[in-house]
Every structure is written in structure tokens, then in C-alpha cells.
Write a protein that binds this ligand. Structure first.
Ligand code: GLY
Length: 571
């Protein structure tokens, strides 16, 4: 068996919890372009007992502290969820939604859906008159937030520490403030043109009319007061009372639709996770209202039937992956939607027989998907976090406002951003959304319906059913293919998790009909071979922020994507 182990060269496995950035020269990985900047650069944290990895090192420390106070993985995940709303406001949120997979050490795996829902006044064609940008920026783009219902429900079912202890660190970070780093400052700067347009966003995120500078302390007292209301009254502190009044007032101010009843009615929903068997491993992932588990499962099922896969980075592998993805996304965009509104043929889509039918369609040349859509611009801001506690309980959670800083609308007086998740519906069935996804009637807007997501929080068990990996990422529809890549890189290409995360990524979603690759990731000769097979190649940008944990001989290894600013904390 060939083992690609860049991490083994560059990152010593340490007995105690510590970050170990790479310093030693890194051997080129077969199939990867020499210019690829991330080889050996994944941020690694090792812990003997427990691990938290998130898109923000500050939030990871919050999770680790909760674990060390005697909290379990769900306590830590809930604490991280609230902390990310403070320290990672581009995606961490209380005004958005998310999905959580929970695997108690010896218990049933469960999936919690706290996806946003369309307001009761929403209509199928509401964006036709309003114009396409109305589903992306401003009050009309906002779905009924689910995050607070989800986090409080997860804690109610599984938490061990008092809720007040779990939410306290986020209140402290909001009221006392935290030190702004380069990443946070430039992240706010990059969205300042949208934020400046909404008065409460301007005062919150652009004090003195510019982003908080690196080295300054960023305080959010209004957000702190909102979190205190949640501490004191639980979900009712958000969905009823003065916070709800301020949300409704904000909607009235900007022509949004969310009503008091919409807020009071919102509930998080427990669902059965998707269970995928792949080469003896078991993968649990998110069912609809996310497409993540089903679509990734279809890709894995198609690839499994090819037997041993061609080497990483080869044209033969990328071609098969692109063709598998193209087919899985075609089904996603046709069949999947909120299961409380449409029948999702999950069993059929995930059957191995159906995967072999699809696989038989794949030849040596690229198939064709009619190109109706422009290139996907990409650029979402979702965020993922993974937690394993000292007892082996695991949580995989992905949460989002959709766009970076969501709708760009901050609730006046309550200090938090609202999502623009309505754009994840087929706002105009047959036309591309922000991600270039062309979706159909199953995901059309209806009052109270949850918009289809791509979020793919996942937990992997090894063939002996031992917990092996917790993984997920932001990235719009590319979330699905990124989580696929990390799992396949580990299982099929025998990479360490740091290498699997650092490796270049490709993506195909059917429409637009292009095989997307990260720039400088794959060898030019590989891309030429793919062009000769008929693929249209788009080599632009780098994407994702995988935050994963894997088991090691001495405990747990947290791995943060070198493409962004996350980090882990363990003990
Ligand atoms: N808003 C991105 C997703 O849920 O897929």
C-alpha cells in the first residue's frame, strides 16, 4: 500500500496538545503541481483526551474550556456555536441556521435540522418582481433563523453542564470584546461595501467607518445583551420577547417578511441521519433538508464500484469523479427538497444498484450537461466545527448565514446579523442561484419550507465501527465534494488527515458544465488530458475550510484547513 505522508515529514506527532506548524521541507505529493502552496501546511493540534476544531482558534478554546469544566461534546459544540456568532460573524451566527450530527459514544447517531424556513408570507415567485439581488442582500433575503432553536434543543437533549455555563463564554467575548487579528479585520473589510449600506451593520462592524483594526478590541454589547436574554429564557429569549420584537421591527424597516408568529412557530427537527457504507467504513451525514449526505453518498457509491481508484491527481481519477459528481448533482437538483414538503427518493438514490446504473453510463469521454448557467461565482461563508470529548462522544456541526455576513442586515438594537438563506431555494426554478446551482420544483419556495442546503457535517467509523473521523467544511455546493475528497483521500489514497485536507480539490455540479479545479493544484498535463476527454476546465481560486478530527495512536488529532484561519484546541 502506498502511503503519501507529507505530514509525517513535516509534522511530528506530539504526545501533548500543541500546534505544530510545518517547518521542514515538504516532498512533492504525486499528482500535485509543484506550485501548490498548501502541501504540509494544514494546522495540526494533538490531544490525548479530547479535541475541538473550528474556523476560529478563539472559539476552539471556548469549546476546550467547556470540556475541561466537565462538559460533554454537545456542551462544547453549543458553546462553540454561540462563540462563533461573536468571534466569526461572517458565518458563525444566531441569525442563521445549521445542521448537527451527534454520535454518543455508545448510542444512536442523530441528526438535528435547524435550517432556516421561509416566512409564512413567502411565495414561489416572490423574487421575480423584486429582482435577483433581493434574495442575496437585504431584508427580503432573510429566512426565519433556526440557530438558537437548534443549539438550545441539542443542549436540552444531551447537555450536561447548565445552559448558563455553556453560553457564558460567548457573552463574555461579546461584552468584554476580543482581540482583532488580521484575518477578522480583512474579512470585515472585504464585505464592508454591503455592510455599510445598513445602519446597524455599519455601527456594529464599521465603528469609526472602518473595520476594526488588527490589535484593537472588538466589543459587541448589543449582541451580548441578546445572548443574555437567551441565557435567561432559552430559545424563548430569542423567538419571543424583546429580541423577537426587534427582529420584526427590523423586517418592517426594510420590507422583510418575518412575523412574530413565524418566530414563535419555529422548531428544530430531529431526523434520521444518512448512513453510507463505503469500502467497509460507515459514514453518517446530514439528510434533507440538506442534500449533503445523499449527494455525497451517491458520489461515494458510484466511485466504490470502480474498485481500486486511479492515483490521486491523475486525469483518470478526476474524470471519473467529475462524471460521478455530475450525475449526483443532477439528482440533487431534481429530486431533493424539504422532506416535510416533497418526497425525497432517498432510498433509491442511495442504493448500490442505482449507483451501478449511473456508473455504467460513464465512459472515457466527458458527458454533456446543457450549459444554461454562467460560471458559479462561489464565495459562501458557512463554517464547520468538529468536537470529540474524553468519553468519545462526537459532534459534527455546520452552520451558516449563507453569504459572507449573510444578508448584511444587522438587527437594530440586538446586534446580530441575519441570514440570506432564501437564495438557497430555487428562487427561479431553472435559473442559477448565487452558486450557479440550477434547481427545480422540489426546492421551490413555499411558506414554512426549509431551503435545500449542501451542508455535509459527517462522522466516519472504521470497519470495526470505531470512531475514526469527524469532518465538514463551508463552501456552498462544493461542501459536498470537499467532504467526499477528504474521506476518499484518507480511505482510497491512504493520506493522513492533514494531507487529505491540504490536497488540491476539484468539483463538478453538472451545471455549469465545467470541471472546476483549484488554481495551481493539478499538473498542466493532467488538465490537458481532461480537456482531451471533453471537459471544460475552470482553474480559479481556492475553496473551503475543512475542520476535521481523526483518531491517532495517542489520542485525537485536530486538523484545520491551511486555506483559512481556523485552529484547534485539545487536551
Ligand atoms: N448556504 C449554503 C448551504 O446551505 O448549502
Amino acid at each position: 500500500m502506498r502511503r503519501y505522508s507529507l505530514a509525517a515529514l513535516s509534522i511530528p506527532v506530539l504526545m501533548a496538545a500543541c500546534a505544530a506548524p510545518s517547518a521542514a521541507p515538504v516532498a512533492p505529493m504525486p499528482g500535485v503541481a509543484p506550485a501548490w502552496p498548501f502541501s504540509g501546511k494544514a494546522r495540526v493540534t494533538n490531544g490525548i483526551n479530547a479535541m475541538v476544531v473550528t474556523g476560529s482558534p478563539l472559539a476552539s478554546e471556548v469549546g476546550r474550556d467547556i470540556l475541561q469544566q466537565g462538559g460533554n461534546a454537545v456542551d462544547a459544540a453549543v458553546a462553540v456555536g454561540f462563540a462563533l456568532a461573536v468571534v466569526h460573524p461572517e458565518a458563525g451566527n444566531i441569525g442563521g441556521g445549521g445542521f448537527m450530527i451527534i454520535r454518543p459514544r455508545n448510542g444512536r447517531v442523530r441528526a438535528l435540522d435547524y435550517r432556516e424556513a421561509a416566512p409564512s408570507l413567502a411565495t414561489r415567485d416572490m423574487y421575480h418582481a423584486a429582482g435577483p439581488d433581493a434574495s442575496v442582500t437585504g431584508h427580503l433575503s432573510v429566512g426565519v433563523p433556526g440557530a438558537v432553536a437548534g443549539l438550545t434543543e441539542a443542549h436540552r437533549q444531551y447537555g450536561r453542564l447548565p445552559f448558563s455555563a455553556v453560553i457564558e463564554p460567548s457573552i463574555r467575548l461579546a461584552t468584554q470584546g476580543f482581540l482583532v487579528d488580521e484575518y477578522r479585520s480583512s474579512s470585515i473589510a472585504s464585505d464592508s461595501a454591503r455592510l455599510v449600506f445598513f445602519p446597524a451593520s455599519r455601527t456594529t462592524f464599521l465603528p469609526a467607518d472602518r473595520p476594526p483594526q488588527p490589535g484593537s478590541i472588538f466589543r459587541q454589547p448589543e449582541l451580548g445583551a441578546t445572548l443574555e436574554a437567551i441565557r435567561d429564557s432559552g430559545a424563548a429569549g430569542f423567538y419571543q420577547g424583546w429580541v423577537a420584537e426587534l427582529i420584526v421591527a427590523e423586517m418592517r424597516r426594510g420590507g422583510g417578511l418575518i412575523s412574530r408568529d413565524d418566530l414563535a412557530r419555529y422548531r428544530a427537527i430531529w431526523r434520521e441521519p444518512i448512513e453510507i457504507s463505503y469500502r467497509g467504513y460507515t459514514i453518517y451525514s446530514m439528510p434533507p433538508a440538506s442534500s449533503g449526505g445523499v449527494t455525497m453518498g451517491q458520489i461515494l457509491n458510484i466511485m466504490e464500484g470502480f474498485g481500486a481508484l486511479p492515483p490521486f491527481g491523475s486525469a483518470a481519477l478526476l474524470h471519473r469523479e467529475a462524471e460521478a459528481m455530475r450525475r449526483a448533482f443532477a439528482d440533487r437538483n431534481t429530486y431533493l427538497g424539504d422532506p416535510d414538503f416533497v418526497r425525497n427518493p432517498v432510498e433509491r438514490l442511495l442504493s448500490k444498484e442505482y449507483a451501478s446504473q449511473l456508473r455504467r453510463q460513464i465512459g472515457e469521454q466527458a458527458s454533456i450537461t446543457p450549459n444554461l448557467a454562467p460560471m458559479a461565482p462561489g464565495g459562501s461563508s458557512t463554517t464547520h466545527y468538529s468536537v470529540i470529548d474524553a468519553e468519545g462522544n462526537a459532534v459534527s456541526c455546520t452552520t451558516t448565514l449563507n453569504n459572507s455576513y449573510g444578508s448584511a442586515v444587522t438587527v437594530t438594537g440586538a446586534g446580530f446579523l441575519l441570514n440570506d438563506e432564501m437564495d438557497d431555494f430555487a428562487t427561479s426554478p431553472g435559473q442559477p442561484n448565487m452558486y450557479g446551482l440550477v434547481q427545480g420544483e422540489a426546492n421551490a419556495i413555499a411558506p414554512g419550507k426549509r431551503m435545500l442546503s449542501a451542508m455535509t457535517p459527517s462522522i466516519v467509523l472504521d470497519p470495526k465501527k470505531q470512531l475514526q473521523m469527524v469532518v465538514g467544511t463551508p463552501g456552498g455546493p462544493r461542501i459536498i465534494t470537499m467532504v467526499y475528497h477528504v474521506i476518499s483521500n484518507v480511505i482510497d489514497h491512504h493520506m493522513s488527515l492533514p494531507d487529505a485536507v491540504a490536497a488540491p480539490r476539484m468539483h463538478h455540479q453538472g451545471l455549469p458544465d465545467s470541471l472546476q479545479v483549484e488554481s495551481d493544484g493539478f499538473l498542466p498535463v493532467t488538465l490537458d488530458s481532461l480537456r482531451a476527454k471533453g471537459h471544460r476546465i475552470s482553474a480559479r481560486g481556492r475553496w473551503g475550510d475543512v475542520e476535521g478530527i481523526t483518531r491517532t495512536a495517542t489520542g485525537w488529532q485536530g486538523v484545520s484547513d491551511p486555506r483559512r484561519g481556523g485552529g484547534g484546541a485539545g487536551y
